[in-house]
Write a protein that binds this ligand. Sequence first.
Ligand SMILES: [Zn+2]
Length: 374
Amino acid sequence: MTFVSAEQVKSMIQGREAEVLERCAGIPEEVLDGKNHPCPKCGGKDRFRYINQEEGTVFCNQCFNEKNHGPISAVMHYRGLTYPAALELIARELNSPEPFQQHQPTGSEEPATKKVTDKKYEMKTTFTPIYDTSGGPKLMRKSCFSVGKKPFGFDLVWNGYSYTFKADSDSKSKVKKHTIYEYTDGFGEPLYLVYRMDMQDGKKLPYLFHWQNGVYISGKPEEDERVPFNAPTLKECEHVFIVEGEKCAVALQWWLDKTRQENDDIEAVTCFLGGSGQFLPKYADWFLDKDVLIFPDNDEPGYKYARCGAEVLSPVVRRLRIFKWPEGTPEKWDIADEIKEKGESSRVLQGLAGLRSAYNANPARNFSQNEKPP
Ligand SMILES: [Zn+2]
């Protein structure tokens, strides 16, 4: 055992607080974003937060609400270590003294310097799409890189609508389900994706990645890159359903595909990044002359979303309707719930089938699969 003083370790940590929390305290980078999350030690829904990035302080209102200042105490608490053992672990992980020398701020102690050194440590996650022989989506490979560690990762598999992780069904992890919803342009070229983790306790953690230099990296897409979800299908369909989130889009698209008769029109289901209140005027271009049905969630933000969409779209579409859930439908109910909970017996879904036979009966407007533009 090499001797390291507390002072030495403290200066090693300078500018590498997040790295210590992730590598030494074992706190996943996903919860180090300053937002509320389940606690990595005692669980819950939103009791944990990275409250001070400069100091590297995390907080849990159940198990870590006092003596929680700085990353050393986090390592002690989340690893169950004594103070000397935590120092030893941190010193070992940060591989002193060489990296310490490189990371030492030069002369100035301004916060700006700290931010720069902070950037030297990044646990980077990327996603890379892998296509099948005909150029269609096949896998999305998740790769994680971090200083001094072997890269690791896993593949999520395309299921026709989204990417999912096969091992989720028998996992004992805190993450119940991993899903990737990819936004491409009308030709299927990558733009951005939502990586969503559904936790065992019901919490949903969505992360945004955008396309840069042949790979998806963490971060929001620029506003001018934004497109409706499912753009390649949307581009080719006359009949369009707008729902409030990717989960609903995928569920309804699946249902429509499953129940479509051979000569029926293809319908597209779409939604927009961010759900309610994110209806950008530029989206209107995608809906020129289309027959649109907006399917909001059954709550006030849902109907607001629908009205906002109607305002943007009504000048360009051929027809626009807003679906209203029947009396007695539970608050926040959505089309994914309807499909999952009621399926064939759903009056709403039977209603959709009626709608479909009405437009399919009009041959002038028919737009069958075989008449698709090249
Ligand atoms: Zn806790």
